[in-house]
Every structure is written in structure tokens, then in C-alpha cells.
Design a protein around this ligand. Structure first.
Ligand SMILES: C[S@@+](CC[C@H](N)C(=O)[O-])C[C@H]1O[C@@H](n2cnc3c(N)ncnc32)[C@H](O)[C@@H]1O
Length: 249
């Protein structure tokens, strides 16, 4: 089936899925980053963190963005352990993060049983230069596998340059560019299955479908799950039939 989308909490939903049902876990969890103090990090909404004051378009807020560092590490370890169970042997995982959360992310990734293989960079050309400092213009993707990997004849880059979608194309506060996601899903074998348990507006899923992979998505926010559902359905377009997807709450 090309895609299934679950609206609910990732830990509860993943517990219902069978062992070895996915080839790649590609996900962009709330980073739980930003702010100079613990109070700043844990008291602001995702909207306050990621949108500029007075932004013309108001997008829905999302949960899971107010954990302190230790809680985040614990949650990420739990959910990535569950994702590891769902991955087939030799399957792969990619986790988005920023510079501040890179250490906790690589720790949680390995504690969950994954073999850490490297860090990819997403370079954002429009990032604002900072006087007297280095520009913060990259986010990162920690990646690895469930044990030994098959050697497929694909050669994937380690750095990707693209701007975050803007204007009417922007449907999520922290939406990832589809051109980057289309390259990342190629780590999954053709016709493989990609899981994103923090699906947001469904960018990973749209990319997976466009690249001929199947997709399993989980999203906690009902508003974003609805946006993801529409994006996934319109990606399949006229070819879509009722047998092509399941939606669960
Ligand atoms: C960083 S955003 C993902 C954005 C996505 N990559 C896109 O391009 O639209 C993280 C998403 O994870 C969701 N989320 C947070 N905690 C969750 C949980 N425990 N279970 C499922 N989804 C969760 C949030 O609602 C949010 O939409």
C-alpha cells in the first residue's frame, strides 16, 4: 500500500506495528532546542520559537517541543528503540537535529541500538549572517543502520543546499524542503517503505511517494495530520484509489 497515516502519539502508534515492516526511518522530531536558559527552552511554544513576530501566515502550533535536555534524550532513546524494532535488519535511519542537540541525538541514536554511520548537513543559503560570528546556516541529519548494510549501487551526497519552503508552499512551521527529502529517501531501496513518526505536514511522505517508495506516517497534531493527508493524497493524484492508503486515529 503506498501510504498509511496515523494521527496519534508516536510511541503508542509504533507499538502497534509489526517487527521489520520498514526499510528506512527518516524523521524530523521537535528539536527541543533554542533559548539560552532552561526556562527559555521549556516555556516557549513552537510557534514562538520558529516564526518571526508579526508573520503574515499563522500556522498551527505543535507539541513535543518543551522537553529539557535529559527528557529529550530519554524520549528520543525510547522512540528510536521502537523504530529499531520496526526496521528490517540492514535498514537505515536518519534523524534531523541542530548543532545544539547533535550530541544528545547521536547518544540517543546509539543507545537505541542503531549503528551510527555519520552526520549529513542541510545548508540553508538564506540564513542571516551574524556580526562577529559564524553563520548558523546548517541543520544536521544523524544517520546509521540496523547492523550491516547491503551495498546498493547508489552514491548519495553528504550535504544538501535548499531553502525552507516559503509563502503558500509553507504548510508547517518547521517544514523541510521537498528537494532535500527526495534525495534522503533514496537511502531506502526502490519500492521500500519509509517511516516518519513525526510527520508534520508530510514532507518525508510526499518525497517517498514521488521516489517510488511506500510511506508510513505518524503525526500527533490533528491539524498537521490533516495537512499531511491532503498532501499525500494529492501526490498520488488521479491514480489514487481507496486501496492505496489507510488513515487511522
Ligand atoms: C519538526 S516537525 C516535522 C515537520 C516535517 N518534517 C515537515 O516537513 O512538515 C515535528 C512534528 O512532530 C510532531 N510530534 C511531536 N511529538 C510527537 C509525538 N510524540 N508523536 C507524533 N508526532 C509528534 C509535531 O506535531 C510536529 O508536527
Amino acid at each position: 500500500m503506498p501510504f498509511s497515516l496515523h494521527q496519534g502519539d508516536a510511541l503508542s502508534v509504533l507499538a502497534t506495528l509489526p517487527d521489520h515492516c520498514v526499510d528506512s526511518v527518516i524523521t524530523d522530531p521537535p528539536y527541543n532546542s533554542g533559548g539560552r536558559t532552561a526556562k527559555e527552552r521549556t516555556s516557549r511554544t513552537a510557534t514562538a520559537k520558529y516564526t518571526t513576530a508579526g508573520a503574515k501566515r499563522v500556522l498551527p502550533d505543535f507539541t513535543g517541543e518543551n522537553m529539557d535536555q535529559r527528557s529529550y534524550g530519554f524520549w528520543l532513546t525510547q522512540i528510536m528503540t521502537e523504530a529499531h524494532r520496526l526496521a528490517r535488519p540492514g535498514g537505515t535511519a536518519l534523524l534531523f537535529t541542530d548543532w545544539r542537540q547533535l550530541p544528545i541525538t547521536t547518544d540517543a541514536f546509539q543507545a537505541a541500538g542503531w549503528l551510527w554511520r555519520g552526520v549529513l548537513a542541510w545548508h540553508k543559503p538564506a540564513a542571516r549572517p551574524q556580526k562577529g560570528r559564524f553563520t548558523q546556516n546548517c541543520e544536521f541529519m544523524v544517520w546509521g543502520s540496523k547492523g550491516a548494510m547491503d551495498a546498493r549501487p547508489v552514491y548519495l551526497p553528504g550535504m544538501y543546499t535548499a531553502s525552507q519552503p516559503s509563502g503558500t508552499k509553507r504548510q508547517h512551521i518547521t517544514q523541510k524542503p521537498i528537494e532535500v527529502m527526495r534525495e534522503l529517501v533514496k537511502i531506502s531501496p526502490e519500492q521500500g517503505t519509509v517511516l516518519d513518526f513525526c510527520a508534520g505536514s508530510g514532507s518525508t511522505g510526499v518525497a517517498a511517494l514521488l521516489e517510488g517508495r511506500d510511506f508510513i506516517g505518524v503525526e500527533a497534531s490533528p491539524e498537521y495530520a490533516a495537512i499531511a493527508r491532503e498532501r499525500l493524497k494529492s501526490t498520488l493524484g488521479d491514480t489514487l484509489t481507496q486501496d492505496d492508503f489507510t488513515l487511522a486515529t
